[in-house]
Write a protein that binds this ligand. Structure first.
Ligand code: NI
Length: 248
């Protein structure tokens, strides 16, 4: 069932979510079904349970590959419960993000470049991956929701926060309401059936403020060295630009 996505200002988005204590339950399956439906309906790249008003440590994310955006990094569709994130270095990089809870806006957010994430799938089987680039960004964004953090709270320069249609006029039409979507971790999942249209990444020269060194936008990044179990799964979701779209 498609659920309403809470928007910034709703106090439920500031809460710290509780760990899931039992796996493989009907309740958890139902929650994940609703999250998949909601993310697909919003064409999102990710969604955290608190965004639909459920205070549990559950996130889903995924971005499919798209030949139109070869630089975009696909992210395998993943359902992650009780995640624990560990930065693999102190290195950070900036990239544009958006969020279904902050609709119509985009901002540049510094994130760790390489992360390990651990947790469980909905059946309680362990997940452990080391990822970089956009995959790492998506995970950090989604897991922040579990601690009551929205991406604007991570921003360091509010001049690089604004309305999508102003920041990226070329892609505004495609972009609004179009957050990256669930990828397809290979399996045919409901959320993966819907092939989100990826907004066209704006040329670098149009990134505001003009002429300023902004850091590379996430969709412009080169190949990610597949670290560890990382996640370059070929049939995965529309990558990169997501963050022009948004993530959750
Ligand atoms: Ni979000």
């Amino acid at each position: 069932m498609i659920r309403e996505v809470l928007r910034m200002g709703d106090p439920r988005l500031w809460r710290v979510s509780a760990p899931v204590e039992r796996f493989g339950t009907r309740e958890l399956d139902g929650l994940l079904q609703d999250m998949r439906d909601t993310m697909a309906a919003q064409n999102g790249a990710g969604l955290a349970a608190p965004q639909i008003g459920v205070g549990l440590r559950v996130v889903i994310f995924g971005v499919e590959a798209n030949p139109r955006y070869p630089d975009a990094e696909p992210v395998p569709y993943t359902e992650l419960v009780n995640p624990v994130l560990t930065p693999l270095s102190a290195e950070t990089e900036e990239g544009w993000e958006g969020c279904l809870s902050v609709p119509g806006l985009r901002g540049v957010v510094p994130r760790h470049t390489a992360m390990r994430y651990e947790g469980f799938d909905p059946r309680g089987r362990p997940i452990r991956r080391e990822v970089t680039g956009f995959h790492a960004r998506v995970v950090q964004h989604e897991c922040d929701h579990l601690d009551g953090i929205l991406y604007p709270m991570r921003m360091t320069d509010m001049r690089r926060f604004g309305y999508t249609e102003i920041l990226f006029p070329d892609s505004a039409g495609e972009e609004e309401g179009a957050v990256p979507a669930a990828g397809g971790g290979g399996a045919a999942r409901p959320a993966a059936r819907r092939r989100p249209r990826r907004p066209r990444p704006p040329p670098l020269r149009e990134l505001p403020p003009r002429g300023r060194a902004l850091g590379r936008p996430c969709w412009a990044r080169g190949p990610v060295g597949a670290t560890g179990a990382s996640a370059r799964v070929a049939s995965e979701g529309p990558g990169g630009a997501p963050y022009t779209r948004s993530c959750s």
